[in-house]
Write a protein that binds this ligand. Structure first.
Ligand code: C2O
Ligand code: CU
Length: 483
């Protein structure tokens, strides 16, 4: 790592650029971003969430809305908030022309409520509904999204933020949620439908877009006041694009990753957000009244703004800041005893420039041509997306360490359902994250090796896949079983 700073996402931006990932970006600017998704009002019955076609102001409020699929008519969908330990009851109504479901990403949830079509439930048919009811055991920033044809449904807008509040939330003056997304739009500003399912994208980086939105609108100004302490929650809801974020002129402290509180630290390099990942920052507004400071993304190119902190002219609310408050009581997952833990190997292969020979498809060894024909171009341990057998099956409470090898030419972010994991080693070197940072997504650069650990303490069948959702569809997936 350059400069001796922390290495929060396992990799620095420099490594990322060296990895050769490159894509054009068409950044927009000028229009006001919608800040903070809505909080659901007090309620008694289940929250109704309708998945249906809608129009969203992706191009800005002055433009004609873009046809999307959305939860309750907005992208992102309604921001759901519950207290830690409380039950969330949601009635999903499907008004789409395809089957759908909702997955509650990052929640250590009851398996039956995990929303994985083909594994924990059937697709909810058009016109039908489904009742989700579960408790949220951990405070933090989570999200929910479709888990059927997710490479299409999430890309069309079917996602929202789920915030589980601490019993005693930290004292801040303002809370801001930023949901980042990346759309592929055609010249008329409509979603580019012809590229859904395109194997060429799936075999490379995924279906990278050409239009960035922040809270469903073009990047713009985020209104704040000097001297405020802000809790900033950021989610990457894109299906392929990685963001690398830095806040100009500020020392924003990372306070939580993928929902779980971590030792607060101010990154010295831009912070990588792979698809599905969340970071909570504690941000002290130390800028000048009237000032404008960019939120910069330098993942694929030189830094360019994707939003601005726009200070009002009011005098600072305070000029001295106390030490940052802790995020409240958290119950991190148990660290397994490495000596006792089951050891599992997991080799990820395939994709363009990967040179994958054959792999298992529908139970038979299959050559590259037939694999491509079937739309399966990635494999885990030589299996191209077949889900007949789990990666491993363990009794509840067993410690597991998984040695992951990304033997491909592309980055992947492996997301495990129902659990959080910690990074033990990265390319053979012990990770400073071990036992202190818990993630539900692990970003791996090309040819990188990582060892992760968890205690498999949540019974059920848990999907484990790349959250670059085209990769998942094309075979980068498996599952684990906890009995
Ligand atoms: Cu957020 Cu299986 O996904
Ligand atoms: Cu991937």
């Amino acid at each position: 790592m350059d400069g001796g700073g922390i290495r929060l996402m396992g990799v620095t931006r420099r490594t990322f650029l060296r990895a050769g990932a490159a894509a054009g970006i068409l950044a927009a600017s000028g229009c006001r971003a919608r800040v903070d998704a809505r909080t659901d009002p007090g309620r008694s019955g289940p929250i109704r969430i309708e998945a249906a076609p809608a129009k969203a102001p992706l191009l800005g409020p002055a433009e004609q809305g873009t046809d999307v699929w959305a939860y309750n008519g907005t992208v992102a969908g309604p921001a759901l908030r519950v207290k830690r330990g409380a039950e969330l009851a949601v009635r999903l109504e499907n008004r789409l022309t395809q089957g759908t479901s909702i997955h509650w990403h990052g929640i250590r949830i009851d398996n039956a409520m995990d929303g994985v079509v083909g594994m924990t439930q059937d697709a909810v048919a058009p016109g039908d509904g489904f009742d989700y009811r579960f408790t949220c055991p951990d405070a933090g920033t989570y999200w929910y999204h479709s888990h059927n044809r997710s490479w299409e449904q999430v890309a069309r807008g079917l996602y929202g933020v789920l915030i589980v509040e601490e019993e005693e939330p930290p004292a801040v003056d303002r809370e801001i949620t930023l949901v980042l997304d990346d759309w592929r739009l055609d010249e008329a500003g409509a979603i580019h439908e012809a590229s859904f399912g395109a194997l060429h994208d799936w075999a490379h980086q995924g279906r990278i877009g050409n239009w960035i939105t922040v809270n469903g609108a073009p990047p713009g100004d985020i209104a704040i006041r000097a001297g405020e302490r802000i809790r900033l929650r950021v989610l990457n809801a894109a299906t392929a694009r990685i963001f690398a974020l830095a806040i100009a002129g500020h020392e924003a402290r990372v306070a939580a990753i993928d929902g779980f509180a971590c030792p607060p630290s101010a990154p010295t390099d831009s912070l990588l957000f792979a698809p599905g990942q969340r970071v909570d920052y504690l941000l002290d507004a130390t800028g000048e009244p009237g000032g404008r400071y960019a939120l910069l993304d330098d993942a694929y190119s030189d830094a360019r703004p994707i939003s601005f902190l726009a200070y009002s002219d009011e005098p600072p609310k305070r000029t001295q800041f106390d030490a940052p408050p802790p995020l409240g009581e958290t119950r991190p997952p148990t660290m397994p005893d490495p000596a006792e833990a089951l050891r599992v190997d997991m080799v990820m292969e395939g994709g363009a420039m990967g040179g994958m020979g054959q792999a298992m498809l529908n139970g038979e060894m299959t050559g590259p041509r037939d694999l491509a024909q079937a739309g399966r171009v990635w494999a885990v341990n030589g299996v191209a997306g077949d889900l007949d057998k789990p990666l491993f099956s363990v009794p509840r409470g067993r410690g597991v360490r998984i040695a992951m090898v990304n033997d491909t030419a592309w980055p992947h972010v492996m997301h495990l359902h129902g659990h959080h994991v910690t990074l033990l080693t990265l390319d053979g070197a012990p990770s400073p994250e071990a036992g202190t940072i818990w993630r539900d997504g692990v970003l791996m650069m090309p040819r990188q090796q990582a060892e992760i650990a968890l205690v498999a303490d949540n019974p059920g069948k848990w999907f484990f896949h790349c959250h670059m959702l085209g990769h998942q569809a094309a075979g980068m997936r498996t599952w684990i079983e906890v009995t």
